[in-house]
Design a protein around this ligand. Structure first.
Ligand code: GDP
Ligand code: ZN
Length: 307
């Protein structure tokens, strides 16, 4: 049989096939790809599996090549990667101005991460019902003005108040696997509850094994969406990793800097204070947003991060 992994608890996986949900595991040693991975199988993986004699559980015998994957942030020293999810068509970052406030730096780190995995990103501004006054207007305007010209769609919602949430999300989600992320408290669960049919939310309980005592909060989970598409929830995952890159390559993941690729005097320019730096010049001329440039410098200076 073929199926897609929709949940993982570390050693058991829930796989969705054409006809059922089945608990599956790997047998024996499993051949890893080139990455040093702490988990051989991730949510989103397409796998080949066969039923065990009991007919209730299955053994995974092969994993289909991944189109892409997202890893969790780890440190350089660890040299290991934990795959959060694979075969992701797009990502949505839920952000809020209040309760809690999402910083622009956090948004930028998320976008650099998804750029590095070549996954398009949409910003979902939640809790717009709380946005009143000039400060809020300015913040919202900044979000639109900074991110839309870079190619990131920005949508505004109120997960608790909007009556037309499904209509809003249907055209975005249909036919795609969408990774959804955000700080805790931004309203991800509220949103998910409205987009995912109740029956699917229950499947986490009815899979044929007991996950009791298993720490599952940092594992992703895939849910079908009402009207088509899948959402991959990432509970408890604070930050995503960035694919291994040299310093001078970081700007490739900033679309507004990538534009000037090859124009700086030195082709390994880090755009800090090198002579003949075109990116730096574009910042000074106002073509690159100063916040974004600051985020770029901050990420560049994160010694510890896995890049
Ligand atoms: P999560 O940690 O991202 O899953 O956040 P939750 O879905 O648990 O929501 C955190 C809190 O924010 C809850 O008290 C929700 O009721 C509240 N919340 C969610 N969406 C909205 C919204 O659109 N407006 C307001 N005012 N509160 C919201
Ligand atoms: Zn430069």
């Amino acid at each position: 049989m073929e199926g897609r992994v929709i949940k993982s608890t570390g050693s058991w996986y829930v796989v969705k096939t054409d006809s059922e949900f089945i608990s599956a595991r790997l047998k024996g040693k499993f051949k890893q790809e080139d990455l040093k991975l702490t988990n051989p199988i991730a949510v989103g993986d397409w796998v080949t599996l066969s039923k065990e004699e009991n007919q209730e559980t299955a053994i995974i015998s092969a994993i289909h090549p991944r189109e892409n994957y997202v890893i969790r942030k780890s440190t350089r020293k660890q040299h290991f990667s934990h795959i959060i999810a694979s075969n992701v068509d797009q990502s949505m970052l839920v952000i809020t101005m209040k309760k809690p406030r999402t910083s622009l730096g956090f948004i930028d780190r998320f976008l650099v991460s998804t750029e590095s995995f070549r996954i398009p990103a949409i910003l979902v501004v939640n809790k717009v019902d709380l946005l009143e006054g000039e400060d809020a207007e300015d913040w919202l305007l900044d979000i639109h003005e900074i991110y839309e010209p870079l190619g990131y769609q920005v949508i505004e919602i109120s997960a608790i108040n909007d009556k037309d949430l499904l209509d809003k999300f249907h055209p975005l989600l249909q036919g795609k696997s969408t990774l959804i992320a955000g700080h805790s408290g931004v309203g991800k669960s509220t949103l998910l509850n409205k987009l995912v049919p109740e029956a699917s939310q229950d499947t986490k309980e009815i899979s044929g094994f007991s996950a009791k005592g298993v720490h599952t909060t940092t594992f992703a989970e895939l849910f079908p969406v009402k009207g088509g598409g899948d959402l991959i929830d990432t509970p408890g995952i604070k930050e995503f990793g960035i694919l291994d890159v040299e310093d001078y390559e970081l700007s490739h993941y900033f679309p507004e800097m990538r534009k000037y690729l090859g124009e700086c005097k030195y082709n390994n320019c880090r755009h800090i204070n090198e002579p003949g730096c075109v990116v730096r010049k574009k910042v000074e001329e106002g073509y690159i947003h100063p916040y974004r440039y600051q985020s770029y410098l901050n990420i560049l200076n994160e010694e510890d991060s896995y890049r």
